[in-house]
Every structure is written in C-alpha cells, then in structure tokens.
Design a protein around this ligand. Structure first.
Ligand code: FES
Length: 250
C-alpha cells in the first residue's frame, strides 16, 4: 500500500463546522473567514483588511456542548470542530453627529452626545467580548469621570468592530464614545507636534513641489532605485539639507 504524501495527509484533515445551521467539512487550519469561503459563501460585506485591523468581520459562535456565546474576528479566529457560527455583517449602533471644529474638548461634550453613557451597569460584558483585549469598561469609567485622555489611551487599540455594543446591557455604543474621546484628545488636548507643524508649513510653502514633480516623471524602477539608495539618516547639517536630498534625489 502506498504511503500518503505529506500534502495528502494535510489536505485530508478536515473538521465539521456549522454555518448558519448547515454542516460543512473544512480544513482544520482555516480561519472562520476562509472556512466560509471554502464552503461556498462569498463576502460582499463584513470583510475588509483580512488582517485583524479593520473591524469589519465580527463573528459569533457557540461550540457543541458549551453554553457560552463566543465572539471574535472571522479573519483571525481559527475554526474548531463542531463550531456553530454566523457572521455579524453590521451591528446597528447609534453614532452621534457633531461639528468637530466647534466641539469643546470637555467631558460635557461626550455627555451631551452620548447621555446613555450613564446607563452603563458595569457588567463588564463589553470587555469580555472585545477581540482586541481593550479594557472597554475601564474607558467607559474614564469617560464617566470626565477623563478624556485616559479614555483615549485605554481605547487606543479599538478597531470599531462593534462587538462591545452587541453585548451591552445598557444598550450603548461604547466604541463610538471612545472615538469622540480619541478625536478630542488627538486634535485638541494633546500637545502639538512641532516638527509636524513645521513640515506641514513647508509643504504648504511649496518646498516639495519641484521634487515631487521630478519624482512623478520617474519610472517605477527609477523610483525604487532612489528610494532604496537614499540615506536613511543623513549625516548633514541643517544648512546642507534640501528637499531633494530627503528623497534621495540629490
Ligand atoms: S477583515 Fe478586517 S478585521 Fe477581519
């Protein structure tokens, strides 16, 4: 009898999963997203980066014999035998509209936009469900006491998948609240980065216009060449620096 090749052995290893109640056999190494595609489903929505950063692919599942509801990102979660799953293409959650320019970077702004913040019963379901391990309840508590900076920092890894809102006992949209905090923090509370302002001023003043025009005329290979050959940390004085030298064009 012939011995199966390694490829055949690997290819043969499938497990049963249930997608919206229907049973499929899929390779055990696939993510939920790939297992669904392997089973014939096509993603029109509910799929974006495929790399765990866009938050589009929130998924819900149970395992046979286990009472718990599990959640995760379909592009990151590997299938398990007897997994019962479905996708959440979009979870409705109210998002308040506001004018960022006139919004004050204060707790009151958040309170006015999201008064439901105080419906939080501190059940911690939001934190448990977060696929990014964000301490959701902690940033909600920070918002309640008016600490926008803390809320912005704690929620920094949020990818807006909406799973926190899907499990919230207070029926809130935590991730939208945190986004307001991050915007106010980044735009109006955090100190300005002087080097960034300087660079933006130089862009506005047309410092890079000529060098950009020159780069636009190059072929892809020429661009690659000047890019790979550029000096990463130029050893030159400020008076020797030119826009062209910054891009490896001189
Ligand atoms: S597709 Fe972007 S997080 Fe999964």
């Amino acid at each position: 009898m012939e011995t199966a090749t390694l490829t055949e052995k690997v290819a043969a290893k499938t497990i049963p999963i249930y997608i919206m109640g229907k049973k499929y056999e899929v390779p055990e190494t696939l993510t939920i997203m790939k297992a669904m595609e392997h089973s014939g489903y096509q993603y029109i929505r509910g799929c974006g980066c495929r790399g765990g950063v866009c938050g589009a692919c929130a998924t819900v599942y149970r395992k046979a014999g286990d009472y718990k509801i599990y959640t995760g990102l379909a592009c990151q979660t590997v299938v398990e035998p007897e997994m019962y799953l479905t996708q959440i293409p979009f979870y409705p959650a109210n998002r308040a509209a506001y004018d960022f320019e006139s919004a004050k970077p204060t707790a009151e702004t958040v309170y006015e936009l999201y008064p439901e913040l105080f419906r939080c019963v501190a059940c911690n379901s939001c934190t448990k469900v977060c696929p990014m391990d964000v301490e959701v309840l902690d940033y909600i508590s920070a918002l309640k006491r008016g600490d926008l900076t803390a809320a912005a920092e704690i929620s920094f890894d949020c990818i807006q998948c909406g799973l926190c809102a899907s499990r919230c006992m207070g029926e809130m949209a935590q991730y939208h609240m945190a986004q307001v905090a991050r915007r106010l923090q980044g735009g109006k509370i955090a100190p300005k980065a002087e080097h960034l302002e300087k660079m933006c001023g130089e862009i506005d003043a047309g410092t890079f216009t000529d060098v950009l025009a020159e780069a636009k005329k190059m072929t892809v290979d020429e661009l690659k060449k000047v890019y790979t050959e550029r000096e990463l940390e130029p050893h030159m004085g400020a008076d020797e620096w030119t826009p062209a030298s910054n891009f490896g064009l001189a």
